[in-house]
Design a protein around this ligand. Structure first.
Ligand code: GLN
Length: 296
C-alpha cells in the first residue's frame, strides 16, 4: 500500500477518546477530537492526513531533542540522569529521594529538567533553532499563552527541581531552569514539522542537511531510551502495541522512529490516564501492523 493511502486509511479508522490534559489550563482549550498524522521518509517526502499542518503544543516531545542536543556536546549528562524506565507517572517525586536526586531517565519531568539545566541558559533558543532548521519552518515558536499558563502552574516541576538542587544536581538557579523548561514544552509545531525534525533519529544521527548531530551509537541510544521510557509508565504497553521508539507529550502528540526508513508524528489531544494520546497510540499500532515496520 502507498504511504499516502495508508495515512488516509488510518486517519479514517481511528476514534479519538479520553480526556485532554487540564493541569495546564491553556491545554484544556484544544479540541479533544482533533487528529493529524504525518510520515516523513528519509528522502524528505511527507505524507499527511487529517490536521497534520495544524500546530499543537509539543510538551514532553521536546525532551527527545534536548537530550539529543546535550549528547551532541558530550555524554556526561549520564552522570546526572539515569536511563531506566521509572514505572511511575511522568511528574512523580517518589524515586528522587531514594535515588539521591538522580532522576531515573531523561524523559520524565525530573530528568528533562536536569537535561535542560545541563544545556544551561539559552537552552530553549538553541532548541528552537534546531527545530526550525530540521523542519524547514522558520515560523516555529513558543506559544506565549501556553508558556504563561504552564509557568503559573509549575509548583510540581518547581518542587522536583528544588529537591534535586538539595542533592547538588542543579547547576543553575531553579527559576532560570524552569523558565527554559516551560518555554521548550510550550513550543508549537505541526505533525509535519515534528516528523521532519525527528528524521535525524531514523538516519542514525544525520541531520536533514547531511551534517551529523549524533554518532551512530548515540542515535541508537536515544532511540533505545525512547522505546523503554518515552511513554512513562505505559512504555511496556507501547512497545507491545507499537514496537517502535516513541515519545509522547501531554499536548496529545507522539513522535515515533522507524530506523532506516521514516519518522512519524501523530496528534490527537484526548489522553489516557498515563498522559498518552489514545488515538495517537491507536494510529501507530495500526501503522506498524499494516506496514510490518516495527523494530521487532
Ligand atoms: N510541560 C509538561 C509538564 O512539565 C510536560 C509533561 C508531558 O508532556 N508529559 O508537566
Amino acid at each position: 500500500m502507498e504511504l499516502q493511502q495508508l495515512v488516509d486509511r488510518i486517519a479514517s479508522e481511528v476514534t479519538p477518546g479520553g480526556a485532554v490534559a487540564d493541569y495546564i489550563p491553556a491545554l484544556a482549550r484544544v479540541d479533544p477530537h482533533a487528529f493529524g498524522l504525518a510520515v516523513a521518509t528519509l528522502d524528505g517526502e511527507v505524507f499527511g492526513a487529517g490536521r497534520h499542518e495544524r500546530p499543537f503544543s509539543i510538551q514532553s516531545i521536546s525532551k527527545v531533542f534536548t537530550l539529543a542536543l546535550a549528547l551532541a556536546e558530550n555524554d556526561d549528562v549520564w552522570t546526572r540522569v539515569g536511563r531506566e524506565p521509572s514505572g511511575s507517572p511522568f511528574n512523580s517525586l517518589v524515586q528522587l529521594e531514594t535515588e539521591q536526586g538522580i532522576p531515573r531517565n531523561p524523559f520524565i519531568n525530573a530528568g528533562a529538567v536536569v537535561v535542560t539545566d545541563h544545556l544551561g541558559l539559552g537552552a530553549s533558543d538553541r532548541l528552537l533553532e534546531f527545530l526550525r532548521r530540521e523542519s524547514g519552518n522558520p515560523g516555529i515558536g513558543v506559544d506565549p499563552e501556553v508558556a504563561e499558563s504552564e509557568l503559573d502552574h509549575s509548583d510540581r516541576n518547581r518542587a522536583l527541581a528544588h529537591f534535586m538542587a538539595s542533592y547538588g544536581n542543579m547547576r543553575n538557579p531553579v527559576d532560570v531552569v524552569l523558565r527554559e523548561y516551560v518555554r521548550q514544552c510550550s513550543i508549537a509545531m505541526s505533525c509535519t514539522d515534528l516528523a521532519k525534525a525527528t528524521l535525524f533519529l531514523a538516519r542514525h544521527g544525520v541531520r536533514n542537511d547531511g551534517t551529523r548531530l549524533l554518532g551512530v551509537s548515540a542515535a541508537k541510544r536515544v532511540n533505545a531510551v525512547m522505546l523503554t521510557c518515552g511513554t512513562y509508565d505505559a512504555a511496556g504497553q507501547f512497545a507491545y502495541r507499537v514496537g517502535l521508539p516513541g515519545k509522547s507529550g501531554v499536548g496529545g502528540g507522539i513522535i515515533a522512529v522507524v530506523p532506516g526508513r521514516c519518522a512519524i508524528c501523530v496528534w490527537s489531544p484526548a489522553l489516557d490516564a498515563r498522559g498518552n494520546s489514545v488515538a495517537g497510540v491507536d494510529a501507530l499500532d495500526r501503522f506498524t501492523t499494516l506496514t510490518g515496520w516495527s523494530v521487532f
